[in-house]
Design a protein around this ligand. Structure first.
Ligand code: 6GU
Length: 243
């Protein structure tokens, strides 16, 4: 089942990264249908203006609503199926693995990339009369615009779409899917520059390995992300011992 992704931006060059690597491969294989659009195509003045000064004063420029309205009319006509619109913004709800999982089941996503100080809020209000809209933030810091956020969100979401990632099992145990950080990983050689691979991993004792990985995940989470550990149900702590 292919997922369609439309991106509207004044910097389509940023999205060229979507031609690369596993996302590019998934597109060639027909699992993803990615379409990047230049917002200025929906302007009519000679300078192709997309911004203006803010009502009420304040610094910088705001994206004016009219080109966005025309873009929505062209890409997602009021009749027929509509996408889930995602608007990257530092004022949005925090983007999480949980949200990535939910979005990965949707057939059609559209991203509206703001630049400058942001987009006129009526664009979001108007879009919400036609389609589901989520303003989403990557974290508590400020980027120049939504383009890099789209690369992050699109990668987190599309790798969960069936058939995009080669090995579906690698998704199940990884960091954040379990609510904990993942245990450290090792490969050959068994000794390297005086550093050894933990003994238990070469022991061949499967049950001990499972318990070690779980304990390492808990330790690592306690040290670097105590906030995540606090949100972990206590049943997770000894799950494998009770099995
Ligand atoms: Cl999603 N967009 C922008 N422009 N800045 C951000 C962000 C998103 N998340 C954190 N900072």
């Amino acid at each position: 089942p292919a997922m369609r992704i439309d991106v509207v931006t004044v910097f389509p060059e940023y999205l060229q990264a979507l031609d690369l690597s596993l996302i590019g491969r998934a597109r060639k294989r027909g699992r993803l249908d990615v379409r990047v659009h230049q917002l200025r195509e929906w302007t009519h003045d000679v300078h192709r203006t997309v911004d203006d000064s803010p009502y009420g004063g304040g610094p910088g420029m705001i994206m004016r609503p009219e080109p966005w309205g025309e873009a929505f009319d062209a890409l997602a006509p009021a009749e027929g199926p509509v996408p889930h619109l995602l608007v990257p913004s530092p004022a949005g709800v925090p983007f999480t693995q949980r949200m990535a999982e939910q979005l990965s089941t949707e057939p059609w996503l559209m991203f509206a990339c703001g630049r400058y100080e942001g987009i006129d809020q009526r664009v979001i209000e108007h879009a919400a009369t036609r389609m589901p809209v989520t303003e989403v933030s990557l974290g508590d810091y400020v980027l120049f615009g939504g383009e890099v956020a789209v690369l992050v969100i699109a990668e987190a979401v599309t790798r969960l779409v069936p058939g995009v990632l080669g090995n579906a099992e690698s998704i199940v145990e990884e960091s954040h899917t379990t609510g904990l950080l993942e245990a450290p990983l090792y490969t050959k050689p068994a000794e390297w520059r005086g550093h050894e691979v933990p003994e238990v991993l070469v022991s061949g004792h499967h049950a001990k390995i499972v318990r070690w990985k779980r304990d390492q995940a808990l330790l690592r989470t306690a040290r670097t992300r105590p906030d995540l550990l606090a949100a972990t149900p206590v049943g997770e702590f000894d799950k494998h011992d009770r099995a």
